[in-house]
Every structure is written in C-alpha cells, then in structure tokens.
Design a protein around this ligand. Structure first.
Ligand code: HAM
Length: 424
C-alpha cells in the first residue's frame, strides 16, 4: 500500500547496499520452477512441499510450483549458468516474492517477500559467520533492536544417522504422547520431531537427546569455528540444540534470527496494571547446504545461505517505531486560478521539476482556499500562485506558507528565486 512504500524502499536499498558491500551480486530467478526442483531440494516430506506449495499443471503438462523459497532456484541457476567455472565461492543475493499456502495471520502471508544471500562453493566456516554477520548488519542498519541469533548444527549424513537411532530410542516408547504430525515424523523424518511447536511435544523435547553430543569430528570442529568467528564480532547469539529447520537440504550449521521484544500491554479487564509480555518472532533463518548442488546434478559445491522475511522486518520496524523518511517531500505547491493560468501550469510544473524543485499540485480544484489547504497538508514552505491576471502579466506570486507573506515576481525568474529561498 502507498503508506508502506517508504518502508519497502528503505528495506530494499539497505539490503542492496549491505549485500554489495559484502561482495554479493544480485540474482533474480523465476517465480515458478518445475515442482521436482523443490521436491528434490526442500524435500518431499517437508511441510513446505507437502502442504504449502502452490502447484499447477501447465498447458504443456509440466508440473510447476510457485517458489516457496529462494535457495533451490539459485542452486539450479548456479549449475545451469556456468557459475561452477567462476572463482569460488560465488556470492549471490536476491529480493523477491515467495509463496506458501499457510493459515494467514500476523507476520504469516501466502505471498511474502524475502531477501536472501547464498555463498556457494566453499566449506570454510568463516562463510557461515559472514552470512550471519551480513544479516545482523542489515537488521541493525534498518534500525532494529533486540536481535538474537539462535545457533545449532544438525551435522552431516554420517553423524545424523547415529543420532537418528538415538532419537528413535527415546521417542518410540513415548509415541502415544506425541501429536498426530509427530507420530508420522517418527517414521518419515525423526529429526523434525525436535521442530514441533505443539505443547505436548515441546515437553517431551526438553529431555530428548541433543545432536550436538553426537557430532562427528569434522562437524564438531566446523561448528566450534563458526562460534569462534561469531565471538570475534559483536553478534548476539545463543545455542538452541533443538533448532533443526524445516528443509531437507540443510547440513551442519543452522540458525534463525529472532526479534525478541518486550511489550507493555494494558492489564486484563481494563485494569490499570500494565503487563510485560515478551514476544519472539523469526525474522530470518538459514544454514549450510553442502550436498544440494551435487544432489541437483552439479559438481561438489558446499554452500551456506539465509533469507530474511521482509514483511516481518517491516512489521518489526513499525513496532519498534523506526523513523523512515517520506519518499517524496514537496518543496513548493503550484496553485492555479482561471483557465489561462491552468493551461500554463503543466509546463511550469515540468520546468520546476527539471530544476530539481519538488512540486505538488491539486490541479483539479479551482478554489484558491482548497488549494492552499492542500499545500498546508503537504507541508511545503512555499506556494506559487498563478492567477488569470498574473498569467497575462507574465508574473507569479510566491507565498511563504509560514508567515503568509507574498511577493510578485517575473515568471522567468521564479526558479532562481525559489532555489535561493530553499537554499538549493
Ligand atoms: P525460511 O526460514 O523458511 O528459510 O524463511 C526465511 C524467513 O522468511 C522466515 O524467517 C520468515 O521471516 C519469512 N517467512 C517464511 N514464511 C513466511 C510467510 N508465510 N509469511 C511471511 N514471512 C515468511 C528459507 O526460506 C531458506 N530458503 C533460507 C535459506 C537460504 N537457507 C539457506 N539459504
């Protein structure tokens, strides 16, 4: 909506600026792809693919899906466009709409926008830290406070298979106490048991084994290095051993960026007491995906990336009262009176605009009072009044909106006079 555009402009320009300054280049992938791409990368048994994808058959009989996330398309584009032959890693960023069939609610939409960064072609843990760092910097430059990053590692195929058996040993005897989805997860994707937000599953989760205790040597040292790099920056993070994230492509490091705010709300039943409520909202998340490029038919290219939910970022900016400048703030208002004057106004408007003066108008209104009221509303410091007589005499009235003082000046000098008055 128009009122929101100043936030979008600020968010887009900040993301572009920070991404470029960290060496990311822009990529735009198609909004829809073959459904198979998402099934293979995000995973067939994941909620996003199973329940939330907008899929349709094209006239030619292809199964296509609106992209639910950006990583799969970027990975495909990397393979198909010769990027493995570039110096590695290849660092890419994107901004665009994603689609998930979800129950709409605050901060959860069926069409939402993400900004993502992907670093493809290097396994060095410093890139995990750089990705997180770039994201936290973006949030900070957007004026957001109370950001925290939750960190975990989900290991590699080697350590995960051992951990899976441990999990099953814990969960199987307790299966009756799990929610319906988790009963299915025991069979299909046990790791995701740790991701469930249902109250009864949360309780069981508290005593479940942690993957961090079952990591192989390589995954252990990778995670340790990521945390050491983060310690060198001032990124606030905490460990969350139950963070697993919902996509199949992740390996090793996973993280989520949270906004942790305290709200002061009115007491219940209209009482005067204020209650303090803490809220926690995921602004973004990501992790390593060392096997995805190979899985999609490319050469071995370990990678790491993350995406920010921009609708949520803007919600957070509004919630925290971040001030954003208006997109257009007119300096002068052009008031016209009479047919001849109105005829001259379009051209004059353009001359003012070309001279770098921000102009506003209300050409459809004939009364001077209405037009000056509109000028007041726009908050301009000067109005230019061109009446019938002024149009004939080749002059124009310059009105100072604060004092109400008016002077009549030759029309050919008006641009210079205004520029002097505005200090431009
Ligand atoms: P994700 O955690 O699914 O990760 O999404 C990232 C962010 O997108 C979420 O934290 C949230 O802010 C926002 N988001 C997700 N669903 C919705 C929705 N329905 N409405 C509004 N905002 C939403 C990914 O998508 C991965 N591709 C991130 C990644 C990049 N991993 C590696 N590279």
């Amino acid at each position: 909506m128009p009122d929101d555009q100043k936030y979008w402009e600020k968010v887009r320009s900040t993301i572009k600026k920070v991404s470029r300054s960290y060496g990311f280049e822009r990529i735009d992938t198609p909004i829809f792809e073959y459904s198979d791409l998402f099934m293979a990368s995000v995973g067939e048994a994941t909620d996003v693919v199973e329940k939330q994808m907008y899929s349709f058959k094209s006239k030619g009989g292809d199964m296509l899906s609106l992209r639910p996330e950006g990583t799969a398309g970027v990975a495909r584009a990397y393979i198909e466009n010769g990027m493995p032959n570039l110096p590695q890693p290849v660092k890419l960023y994107y901004i665009g709409p994603m689609f998930r069939y979800e129950q709409p609610q605050a901060g959860r939409f069926r069409q939402f926008r993400q900004a993502g960064v992907e670093i493809i072609g290097d396994i060095d843990p410093i890139y995990d830290a750089e990705t997180i760092n770039a994201f936290v910097v973006m949030c900070r430059e957007l004026g957001l406070q109370n950001i925290n990053v939750e960190m975990n590692t989900i290991g590699c195929n080697k350590c995960r298979s051992d951990f899976r058996s441990q999990l099953l040993r814990y969960y199987k005897p307790r299966a009756a106490k799990l929610c319906r989805d988790c009963k299915r997860r025991i069979k299909e994707s046990p790791l995701r048991l740790l991701d469930c937000k249902e109250e009864k599953c949360e309780q069981l989760k508290a005593h479940a084994p942690n993957l961090i205790d079952h990591l192989c040597e390589e995954c252990h040292s990778h995670f340790k290095s990521v945390l050491e790099y983060l310690d060198e920056t001032e990124i606030p993070y905490s460990l969350n051993p139950h963070l697993v994230r919902g996509f199949d492509y992740y390996t090793k490091t996973v993280f989520e960026v949270f906004l942790e705010d305290e709200h002061i709300a009115d007491g219940e039943e209209g009482g005067n007491e204020k209650t303090h409520r803490r809220s926690k909202m995921a602004l973004g998340g990501g992790g390593r995906y060392d096997n995805l490029i190979r899985l999609l038919g490319g050469k071995d290219a370990p990678a790491v990336g993350a995406a920010l939910g921009l609708d949520r970022v803007i919600g957070a900016m509004k919630q925290q009262g971040v001030k954003v400048p208006p997109l257009y703030k007119p300096d002068v208002f052009l008031v016209q009176l009479g047919a001849l004057s109105k005829k001259k106004c379009l051209k004059l408007y353009e001359e003012l605009r070309q001279a770098g003066i921000a102009v506003a108008e209300s050409f459809g209104k004939d009364s001077i009072k209405t037009q000056l009221r509109a000028a007041d509303r726009d908050g301009v410091s000067l109005s230019l009044i061109l009446g019938q007589k002024e149009a004939i005499d080749g002059v124009i009235i310059v009105r100072d909106m604060a004092s109400g003082a008016q002077e009549t000046v030759p029309i050919e000098k008006v641009i210079k006079i205004i520029k002097d008055k505005l200090g431009k």
